[in-house]
Write a protein that binds this ligand. Sequence first.
Ligand code: SF4
Length: 143
Amino acid sequence: MKKILVSACLMGYDCRYKGDNCKNQRLLDLGKDSILIPVCPEQLGGLATPRLPGEITGGKVLASDGSDITEQYRRGADFALAVAKANNVDFCILKANSPSCGKGMIYDGTFSGNKIEGNGVAAQKLLEAGFTVYNENEITEII
Ligand code: SF4
């Protein structure tokens, strides 16, 4: 049985900055014959829920009020990587576009909804450690 590290918000946990989730039924369906291991790097890094949104800009993560939350994001990424390693996961499915979990595209740091190429802090850390990372839009590819 495959072990998959997943963004907790995709499983229906209310851990998004607004206190809601983005439950994805196709991902939950994968749990019928895989073990889904949820992590929320932002919560693991010590950020509260709800919280201000954050975006990556100039190598830092800033909240929408300008406060620097880079350390919390880094800590959360370290925890997510530790969970991935401890469970020896086969791959990861993380939330698209997130400054923590996004892979390939992230918001551009202007809080305007624009996206640019890049990875979220946790996704980047997992990729650097050699894990394969997908986002929820790539589930068809995985199946
Ligand atoms: S850090 Fe990841 S798991 Fe947590 S709310 Fe953001 S996208 Fe979802």
